[in-house]
Design a protein around this ligand. Sequence first.
Ligand code: ZN
Length: 129
Amino acid sequence: MRVEIVEIIRQVLRDVSSAGLEEPRIEESDWDDDPRMLSAMIYSTRDSTGQGVSVKADLPQAEQLVSVADQVQEWVIEENGPTNSNWPCCPWHPNNHPLAAQLIDDQGFWACPVLNTPVALIGELSVKD
Ligand SMILES: [Zn+2]
């Protein structure tokens, strides 16, 4: 079960690396005692600050992806500080807010939270255009 969340995290990390940002180290970890939750830790390679990532095991895959993307985004923003605090950058409002992970038509998208317009599938930000 734990391998599954690692796969989901890796999918989100494709967007992290394509943005030129440093990817975290993923560690399988059953830190969440709830057997209905899948959990893992992501660590900065610069220091040992870790953040837990968890998702309900029985959610549809697209919903898991949106939830994990949201948590990874939190880590990236925390990790990179104010300079990269708007990852992933909204193409319409690059100075105002990052894109938000949203479920649209049963698929996980990065979307502008103001226009509610999808930009790219999660994991495929670099593939757009
Ligand atoms: Zn926007």
